[in-house]
Design a protein around this ligand. Sequence first.
Ligand code: ZN
Length: 690
Amino acid sequence: MALKETQDFQTMINPLLTAADLPSYKAIKPEHIEPAIDERLAANRTDLERLLAANTEPTWESLIESLEDLDDRLNKTWSPVNHLHAVLDSEALRAAYNACLPKLSAYHTERGQHEKLYRAYQHIADSPEYDRLDAAQCKVIDDALRDFKLSGIALPSEQRDRYKVIMQELTQLNAQFAQNVLDATQAWTKQVNDEAALAGLPDSARASARQTARQRGLEGWLLTLELPSYLPVLNYADDRELRREMYAAYSTRASDQGPTAGQWDNGPVMERILSLRHELAQLLDFNNYTEYSLATKMADTPHQVLDFLYDLAHRVRPQAQRELEELREFAYAQFSVDALEAWDIGYYSEKLRQHRYQLSQEELRPYFPVTRVLPGLFAVAERLFGIIIRPVEGVEVWHPDVRVYEMVDAQGDVRGRFYLDLYARPHKRGGAWMDGCLARRRIGDAIRTPAAYLVCNFTAPVGDDPALLTHSEVLTMFHEFGHGLHHLLTTVNYLPVAGIHGVEWDAVELPSQFLENWCWSREALDLLAGHYQTGEPLPEALYQRMRAAKHFQAGIFLVRQLEFSLFDFRLHREYDPERGGRVLEILDEVRQQVAVIIPPAWNRFPNAFTHIFSGGYAAGYYSYKWAEVLSADAFSAFEENGIFDAATGARFRKSVLEAGGSRPALASFVEFRGREPQIEPLLRLSGITA
Ligand code: ZN
């Protein structure tokens, strides 16, 4: 009887409303989501009014710290939902998630337009207390005042209402965009019954395709549009028609073209998003969305960004043209191919790489078993930043593949924890990312340590062997781990500027791209590479070939990045209500200016460009290159002082990682490097020769 009562009591507790720091994933059901959000939002609204009523003379302690409580508890309810939507989507979960979006959007607008709250912040900014606050606290106040303006606090009430409606619709459209991409990606598969059709494909890709088929109760091999399946086909399959077919399916996802044409078409979604973003920017007195976007970034003006991108394009394009010409000549001379189509580029590039460097990505795989790479990555972090990473048992996760770790510093203090979800699977969004689960903050006399999600989409292990990664997957792992270090090693105790919070978006890729550099160093590779069967270290000859091939087609790669960046930026800068978004037109113009490879006219790459239509990179995709100036220049300090120089590592940790968003990113960089950033290391490390 007593037991029964306990059980009933427990089922009544909504797992999204508990005070526990880490979410109980197993207990979270779709039906918990909306009631939890309703309750949290209602409680936050009531508590905010109570707080303001009690605060006639607001201070940091009486107001800002209490507000942190409200934000933190809402985050604890929503963050696991948002995360599950990305990694374990289902129809019921998605419905509940979508139902919450307008409610959350309305709440955030209300907060951003709350006059009493705004005046309270202003009061603190104008009071003598402000001069006694530390720099991080001042930044919290300044950022908040800026964000009030960006939320329309200064607008007349009619326009404020319009702002709210725009934000709600945008939130919903951003989600719809990503959901369309996911659905279109899942919708297409190709069953292969004759192994001869897979000629050229590496064993790893065949085994994986076989496993995928078996998991779905099918005979033969199953190819999907998830990257671990798609890329090997494009790079290795001898069957040109198979490559064409998969390229066409992949590059027309969520569009009016290709095998699922019209079913999840993001075309109208993009138009609407662009139109609303433009209206939002103008409502707030900006000329266009790029100006709105830059209001919170390191770059000052749209001109500065465009100059930066076009200047890079000018330096890089001749090299990219040469590289493409070489590829054409090679394909013609060796294979009598006289017209290279979009689905041939990857394939003949691999052949050329093989021909020139006797190196294929596949050859490296056996040296990068995940069971070796992970401890190796942790060892690199230990040598660089003096932290130890160890597994934590007993933390609830959302999938059996997920592992949990903690970071411990030299004093033995746990600085943060992270979840690691490495493998591609159905109903999981593609790509790789780091996201905050909890941010560091002071609660009373104690410090609540942060937590993060590190998510990748690598090929899952096949049979009993560990997952064998390509070198580029190892780079991805280092990249996301770099973000993780930034979020977890922070020593800032104020939630809005702790870890990656409050960091300008165009500087946020600094620690991530920075850490990738270690994947090329012999010393680091000795820590993270070893044959999965024999344990043999990466042979020197193979390493030398890998180094030699590092900049293979570097120009082609870079102009592609510039194409994406310029497309995104010009799209948001040139929006014209009369003419509409002109998505394909602007893409064409940009390609004429900077690209060397022009895809077929039916390619609908923008329709799956989630970074800018549902992620945070709108009018901000240039951030990758912008931050790479910083990351390459920061890395060059290690080239000068030693790749594992402890003093330089400690300085980077203190100046950049620990400082988080507590000050402008440029200030952190200058403290570390002793001067302003220079572009030369980026060009050199990217293999761009003058
Ligand atoms: Zn990143």
